[in-house]
Write a protein that binds this ligand. Structure first.
Ligand SMILES: Nc1ncnc2c1ncn2[C@@H]1O[C@H](COP(=O)(O)OP(=O)(O)OP(=O)(O)O)[C@@H](O)[C@H]1O
Ligand SMILES: [Mg+2]
Length: 323
């Protein structure tokens, strides 16, 4: 079925360094027309920097490439900015403008006529339930309302590819619902969508494909269902040790458990076999006659397990662990 689909966005060898830090490290991927791709990754993974490269905000290296449909726009940053509908990480709406003034201004920048702006802006305000805020100054809007305006601003010129950098962050469930439904509606209209998020469950609800980014690299590219299958069997075990551990004891714990985090007196173990690992931990505690409190077993806390696994660069191996 995917064979017949057109590729809407092609990126190749995207790279960006800040001094010695390689924020985006030779990233390449394609997105099929009409699909939603989510980029998931911890803070600092390089998601926003990658988006800034794709959308012409950062200059591309000579070896990089960005194509929309089959047009190579690598050397046309102005066109890239226009071709996409962009919801940036930091809003570029003018805070002293009213909602309507921001829409009118953005429409003018995109070269729309007054009549076109009016028609499209009214449609978007309705879709994003902002009609009663039309004359309000943007700075008086709550974060969620502002974010809904940001999405309207990105859609004004009817772009075929929409890129949203954490569109759901800071939104209440009502706004999440509106934005999520509108993202799905855009897909039904045939738009191609790239979004970033930290939220695995959110990605599962809207994305056809998920790219996992860590330390500037795409470390996994799969359907949300396949990703969840890898993550779900994990449980978080957390303990408080009431004695300061020696360096040797720390090292011993790290050699016993594949996924362990030690912070002061707090021990977190991500486990695919909680009974086995509780027993192992108990053996360790008895061996050194330690006292332990605040034991918690948290079933499938997807976010924590997910972030833990990608931070440890172990996602590729998850699910292959032998017992
Ligand atoms: N303008 C800049 N100057 C220097 N370093 C930068 C700049 N922008 C980003 N970085 C660094 O590049 C890395 C990637 O940052 P980026 O903002 O792309 O991450 P992110 O995945 O979007 O994170 P978050 O989830 O927090 O939004 C980080 O280490 C960040 O500190
Ligand atoms: Mg970011």
């Amino acid at each position: 079925m995917s064979l017949s689909k057109k590729i809407a966005l092609t990126t190749a060898n995207l790279t960006k360094s800040f001094g010695t830090l390689i924020a985006v490290d030779n990233v390449s991927f394609t997105i099929e027309e009409g699909s939603i791709v989510g980029v998931l990754g911890p803070n600092g993974a390089g998601k926003t920097t990658m988006i800034r490269l794709i959308t012409g905000i950062f200059e591309l290296e000579s070896t990089s490439q960005v194509k929309i449909n089959s047009s190579d726009l690598t050397h046309s940053p102005k066109l890239l900015k226009k071709e996409f509908g962009i919801v940036p990480e930091v809003s570029n709406a003018f805070l002293d403008f009213s909602v309507w003034q921001n829409l009118t201004f953005a429409g003018t920048i995109y070269g729309l006529s007054k009549a076109q702006i009016k028609e499209k802006a009214q449609e978007l305000l309705k879709r994003f339930d902002l009609e009663n805020k039309i004359h309000d100054k943007t700075k008086t809007l709550s974060e969620g309302l502002k974010q809904r305006l940001n999405v309207c601003l990105a859609l004004l010129h009817n772009p075929s590819i929409i890129i949203l950098d954490e569109p759901m962050s800071g939104l209440d469930p009502f706004s999440v619902d509106i934005v999520r439904n509108q993202i799905l509606e855009l897909k039904r209209e045939g738009k191609t969508i790239l979004l970033t998020t930290h939220n695995m469950q959110e990605a599962q609800k809207v994305c056809d494909r998920v790219l996992i980014m860590n330390k500037g690299k795409i470390i996994a590219d799969q359907s949300p269902e396949d990703l969840l299958k890898k993550i779900k069997p994990y449980t978080n075990l957390s303990f408080k040790i009431n004695t300061l551990l020696s360096q040797e004891q720390n090292n011993e714990l790290k050699s016993i458990f594949q996924f362990i985090e030690l912070k002061n007196d707090q021990v977190n173990i991500v486990s695919s076999n909680p009974l086995r690992d509780i027993k192992k931990f108990n053996d360790f505690v008895e061996k050194y006659d330690l006292s332990v409190s605040n034991f918690k077993l948290i079933e499938s806390t997807l976010e924590e397990v997910f972030i833990h696994l990608i931070k440890n660069d172990t996602l590729g191996g998850v699910g292959n662990e032998t017992h």
